[in-house]
Design a protein around this ligand. Structure first.
Ligand SMILES: Nc1nc2c(ncn2[C@@H]2O[C@H](COP(=O)(O)OP(=O)(O)O)[C@@H](O)[C@H]2O)c(=O)[nH]1
Ligand SMILES: [Mg+2]
Length: 333
């Protein structure tokens, strides 16, 4: 078998679980393409997941997420831990900043066999991207990485969805007016386990920390007592300052989690996830069949003005035989 070109989930997952990095890269590509194979692949590796500590890093573009990720990789490698990174940022690929020093630092990570970095493109729907991000994180976990870092731009539902797979969610902000309000609007206050005010070399960092602490205090007094107090840390990631304390906070949070649940949170939204996987696969199959009958015939009737789109959809859904054809796996991918 040539693992570079194989599409066989059994062979590829066996090779990957035996430690083959090329097989891992190939599986990531297949999972990124969101075909039926992604579900088949994930089902084969799922039982091996749950050992890695998954850290999600989110925040606005340019806040310093990639720079922080790079620092965390360095700290983890110094402790002999292996790391997988999934970067989901359509606007800027994971290069670790434009400064030459940053790029040289990133280069080192790309050459390190203990580190596997993968950027995901925006291909497909947003839901598809969120699922791809989660699945790649799980592939790293099953492969045996000690830590998985997911970097994503924190502005929408995609990011919130991806963060479901993270054990510890780090929200990175910068001292700029309006950011704390943005935090509330984007629902980040609900998902953050650790807040970071990066670029603390700029004015307003301590004020922003105070604002965040006040917001967290209000939230804590509203809800039942939580064993975890969300810390607000200041970092100057470009200089590497404060990122060791950030890693410590992430480790403390992970320890707090496992003490609380007696294990990993894997599968805590199992019901929702099954429905999501079905939805994605059903949509994929429907789209693949859109050019064929019975959908094509209905579309023609709608374009000709003989049928309205609502009735066309109701006809298709009301015909069990048509429905069975539509959602059957065509085995072409
Ligand atoms: N002044 C300052 N700039 C920083 C700091 N951390 C990162 N940057 C710079 O901010 C820019 C965006 O960083 P990047 O990590 O790519 O942000 P991302 O879009 O959140 O991943 C880069 O030019 C970094 O060098 C910091 O602590 N202070
Ligand atoms: Mg980035």
């Amino acid at each position: 078998m040539n693992v570079r070109t194989s599409r066989d989930p059994d062979q590829l997952t066996a090779a990957m679980l035996a430690g083959d990095r090329v097989a891992l890269a190939r599986l990531i590509t297949l999972v990124e393409n969101r075909t039926l194979r992604s579900a088949e692949i994930m089902s084969r590796i799922y039982a091996r997941c749950g050992r890695a500590a998954v850290i999600g890093i989110t925040g606005p573009p340019g806040a310093g997420k990639s720079t922080i990720t790079s620092c965390l990789i360095e700290h983890l490698r110094a402790r002999d831990k292996t790391v997988g990174v999934v970067a989901i940022d359509p606007s800027s690929p994971f290069t670790g900043g434009s400064v030459l020093g940053d790029r040289i630092r990133m280069q080192k990570h790309f050459l390190d066999p203990g580190v596997f970095i993968r950027s995901l493109s925006t291909r497909g729907s947003h839901g598809g991207l969120a699922r791809a991000g989660r699945d790649v994180a799980r592939l790293f976990d099953a492969f045996g990485k000690d830590f998985v870092i997911i970097e994503t731009v924190g502005v929408g539902q995609t990011e919130l969805d991806i963060m479901e797979v993270a054990d510890t969610v780090v929200v990175v902000l910068v001292p700029e007016a309006g950011d704390t309000i943005q935090v509330m609007k984007a629902g980040l206050l609900e998902i953050a386990n650790v807040f970071v005010v990066n670029k603390a070399d700029r004015e307003g960092a301590t004020r922003m920390r105070t604002e965040l602490e006040m917001m967290l205090h209000l939230k804590a007094s509203e809800s039942a007592a939580d064993e975890w107090n969300v810390p607000v840390l200041l970092t100057k990631a470009a200089k590497g300052e404060g990122t060791d304390a950030l890693l410590e906070a992430c480790l403390e949070h992970a320890a707090c989690l496992s003490a609380r649940s007696g294990g990993k949170r894997l599968g805590r939204r199992a019901r929702g996830e099954v429905l999501e996987i079905c939805e994605e696969e059903l949509m994929r199959r429907l789209r693949a069949r859109a050019g064929e009958d019975p959908i094509a015939a209905k579309l023609d009737a709608v374009t000709a003005g003989d049928l309205d789109p609502y009735q066309a959809a109701l006809d298709l859904l009301g015909d069990p035989a048509a429905l069975a054809t539509l959602i059957s796996s065509n085995g072409r991918d």
